[in-house]
Design a protein around this ligand. Sequence first.
Ligand code: 13P
Length: 254
Amino acid sequence: MRTFLIAGNWKMNAAPGEAKILAEEITGLWKGQTFTSEALLCPPFISIPAVAAAFQGTPFKVGAQNVHTENDGAYTGEISTSMLKDAGCEYVIVGHSERREYFHESDELVARKAKKVIDDRLKAIVCVGEVLSERKEGIHEDVVRRQVDAVLSHLGEDLSDNLVIAYEPVWAIGTGETATPEQAQEMHHFIRELIKGHWGEARSAKVRILYGGSMKPDNAGELLSQPDVDGGLIGGASLKAGSYSEILKISETV
Ligand code: 13P
C-alpha cells in the first residue's frame, strides 16, 4: 500500500504568530486521531520554529520552501541545510516554479540544491512542470524530461529514498484550474518511466510523485486515486486548517 505524502506549501504567507495559530488549528483537528499518510507543512523560513514547536509531540512534520547550496559563509539572506535541520525540518521543497520564474533558478541549480539537501540527510521535494504555452505546443513531456533528467543525473541511485518529485503544471497553480486526473496520471507515469530509465524498476516504484496545482478537497480524491499519484503539494488550500485537514482525511480513504 502507498503511503501518501500530503504536503502544504504556505509560500510567502503566515507570519510566526499566524503560523502558530494555523499549525495549532491543524493539530487540533486531529487530536486523539491517528493517520497513515505523512503530513507535512512548509511555512516561510521565519515561521518554521513556531510551527515546529506547535507540532512537537504530534505526527505532523515541518519543511522548508528553499535552501542554499553552501554550508555557511558570506551569502547574505540565505539559509543552509544545517540551519533547517537544527530548526526541525525534515523536507525541503526545491525548484518550485515560482523560484524558477521569479528568481531565475536553472535546472542545474535546482539539481545542485536537491543533491545538497539529500547529501545532508534531509528529503528533497523537487518541483517540475510545464507552462501553459508548452502544453499547448505539445512539448510538456520534453520540458518535464529535461527538468527530471537534470536532477536524476546529479544524484546517485542510493539517494533515491530521499527524493520526492512534485509535478506541478504551472498553468494549474493558483488558478483554480486543475489538471484532469488523466492528465496528472499520464505525466506521473511518464516521470516514473524516466526514473526507471535511470535507476531501474524497483527504485522508480519507491520514489513518490506528488501532484500540485489547485488541489482541493473537491478534487483530491480523484487525483489521489490515480496509480502514480503518491500525494499532493498543496498551496492555497493548505492555508486553511479545514481544507488541508480534509485533503489529509481523503488520503486516508483512497
Ligand atoms: P495552489 O494549490 O495554490 O494552486 O498551489 C500549488 C503550489 O504551487 C504548491 O507548491
